[in-house]
Every structure is written in structure tokens, then in C-alpha cells.
Design a protein around this ligand. Sequence first.
Ligand code: ADP
Ligand code: MG
Length: 250
Amino acid sequence: MGQVIAMAGKGGTGKTTIAALLVRIIKEKKLGSVLAVDADPNSNLAEALGLEVKESIGSMLDDLSANPQSVPVNMGKDAFIEYRVQTAIVEGDNFDVLTMGRPEGPGCYCYVNNALRNVMGKLIKDYDFVVIDNEAGLEHLSRRTTRQADKLVVVSDATVVGLKAARRIAALTRELGIKTKQEFLIVNRCAALIAKDKIKDLKLDLLGVLSNDPEIEALSLNGNSLFELKNNNITLSALRKLGDRIWHCN
Ligand SMILES: Nc1ncnc2c1ncn2[C@@H]1O[C@H](COP(=O)(O)OP(=O)(O)O)[C@@H](O)[C@H]1O
Ligand SMILES: [Mg+2]
């Protein structure tokens, strides 16, 4: 069974950046196979990993809800969804990426969401690690991907407002019935030391603090993939250590 690492946090805090760097580190350390799941329609994890998306699951669900007859008669809906998910997976160099997107149509998606969750549950077992980059509302985690995340990594900026949002997001996972084994906090783009009392009522284990990194800023300005960061980059080095605590902690 793959270890599911789910990123959460409000927009702009650094979830996609950190998710992509964790994928890079898992690959670099040869820890096992990785599926990166982009579950935030407002961002692009595939691009951050230097890949182009062929098809998102959202557009596939739209097709299915608009044309139920597109399911081959000898196949059944579940098998068809499984097949379409497999074809939507983009293969990188030693990792795979799946882009969830968001269905746009007005149709009822309950059935397909349930089927998709079953398919995702099976898919997760095929990998050693699954890194899911979520949107703040955790829509996909609650309805379409999986309701189990071994490690929840909440990313916050270094502000009181940001930390409050981190607490709300951690509470949201419980309200949505998402089961987590461990919940961590990363404070990103932070130059200060974080006083323990600032985070003690967040009920999240402070994994670490990352500073603002001009090399990441320069990359994102040019839209380049995070694989282009140099090996000795400070954020990459810091995340190698934090990552060890994410995957080795039980
Ligand atoms: N530690 C960092 N130093 C500098 N820039 C960063 C850092 N982390 C993230 N960024 C930048 O901040 C912006 C938002 O990050 P992103 O990962 O897209 O956030 P999210 O996925 O949470 O919306 C991006 O332009 C990204 O390059
Ligand atoms: Mg993002």
C-alpha cells in the first residue's frame, strides 16, 4: 500500500512547490515509485514537474455525464473510468502525474465520484508514494481521490492570518471525515523563529520552516520546472531533511 502524502493550505502558500520538490526528493533518494496527483484546479503540478498534461479527470467526467452512451457496452462504467484514468496518467522520468481538474458541467456526479474514488483507491496501491497537491477546500480529497491520507502536510505563510487558515484547514479534514495518521505544519517563506505558543493550539506538528528562496522566485518567474533547481539549493536541502521525517514517521 502506497504512503499517501496530502498537501493542504490556502492558495499561494507553496503547496505545489513543496509537493513537486518532495516528488523530486523521493525520486532522487530512490525511495520507490511515485504518483503525483494534481487535485488543485487552480494550479499546475505537472508543469512544476516539467510535464505537459494530456487530459484531466474533470473533462473525462464531463464527457461521461454528457454522453453516458460513450461507455462501451461490454465494459461497464467502473471499468471505463479505470481505463480513462490510466490513459490520463502522464509518465515522467521515474514518476507519474495525474491531473484531476474539475468537472464543469451541471450533471450529477455522485455515481462517477464514487466510482472514481474506488479506482483511485486501487491506483494508490500500485505506487510506493502518492503525493496529492490539494486545493484549500480539499474537494478532491473528500469526494474524488481518497479519504485516507497517511501524512497531511499543511503549508502556511508566516502570518497570524495564515496560521489561522492552517488551523481551519486541519479542522476541515476532520469535518470531511478524511482520516490522517499524522498532521504536520510547514511554515514557508519565513525569516523569523516561530515561537512555540504561536502554534501550540494548531494541533499540528511543526515540521519545519522554509525561508524565502530567490532561486525559486526566479524559476517561477520564468515558469520553469522545479527539476531545474540546483542540487545544492537551500530549500531542496532543507526539504530533504523534513521529508525524512514525513516518510519515516509512523
Ligand atoms: N520558499 C519559497 N521561496 C520563494 N518563493 C516561493 C517559495 N515557496 C513558494 N514560492 C513561490 O510562491 C508562489 C506560490 O507557490 P505555490 O507553490 O504555487 O503555492 P500554492 O500551490 O500553495 O498555491 C509561486 O510563485 C512559488 O514559486
Ligand atoms: Mg498550487
